[in-house]
Design a protein around this ligand. Structure first.
Ligand SMILES: Nc1ncnc2c1ncn2[C@@H]1O[C@H](COP(=O)(O)OP(=O)(O)O)[C@@H](O)[C@H]1O
Ligand SMILES: [Mg+2]
Length: 196
């Protein structure tokens, strides 16, 4: 079960990603990156975020806390941006939130060294969940207080968008050539022995 909070203020949109998540404040005085059920990507990407994010956490990988955020669309009335206002209006009720890591930096493979063991655990995990979104163009990892944190597991479990082809899709080997941690000599065998 995820902890439940209620949004009290929409702060600002995050435009780096594709789904227009927003930073919101909530009634527990926390700050969250909110993913909206009304976004074009649809609810299945949020289902994937929850399942894969929590799976990663249980495997000992660092994933910021996930919560459900109750949204009263009235919050959007004061929003000057039309696109944001539409998104808030379409997302009344339960949405997904991830604890906001203040001062974190987007992962840069030229600026941050990852050990073979940790790289192996991340690549192994991404193969398990069929994550197609951890490339150097779009690493979906943050560096915070000197540690690597995994975010954005929306583009995973690709098979759950097409159940008739799911078995064949799951049996296909994972192509890690584009993975942002591929250059760090990921020790996949050690990760598999530890995590499988
Ligand atoms: N928990 C977080 N703390 C700080 N910044 C975050 C967090 N989650 C996401 N971001 C920032 O917001 C951007 C978009 O978030 P992401 O989850 O990747 O959404 P999208 O599905 O749109 O790609 C990230 O690239 C990152 O810069
Ligand atoms: Mg992203």
């Amino acid at each position: 079960m995820l902890r439940e909070v209620t949004a009290t203020r929409y702060v600002t949109p995050l435009r780096e990603g594709g789904s227009l998540p927003g930073i919101v404040e909530a009634d527990d005085l926390g700050t969250y990156v909110m993913k909206f059920t009304g976004a074009g990507q649809g609810r299945k990407t949020l289902v994937a975020e929850v399942i894969c994010g929590e799976l990663g956490r249980r495997l000992g990988l660092r994933v910021p806390e996930l919560v459900t955020i109750e949204l009263d669309p009235v919050i959007g009335l004061a929003e000057p941006d039309q696109e944001v206002q539409e998104l808030l209006k379409a997302s009344g009720g339960l949405n997904l939130g991830m604890d906001y890591l203040p001062g974190s930096l987007g992962f840069d493979p030229l600026a941050y060294e990852v050990g073979a063991a940790e790289a192996g655990r991340v690549v192994w995990f991404d193969a398990l969940i069929n994550n197609v979104d951890r490339s150097w163009r779009n690493p979906n990892m943050l560096v915070w207080h000197g540690d690597l944190w995994l975010i954005d597991h929306g583009a995973t479990m690709i098979w759950h968008h097409n159940w008739p082809g799911a078995e064949a899709s799951a049996a296909k080997p994972y192509n890690a050539s584009d993975h942002v941690l591929a250059p760090f000599a990921p020790d996949i065998a050690a990760a598999a022995a530890e995590l499988a």
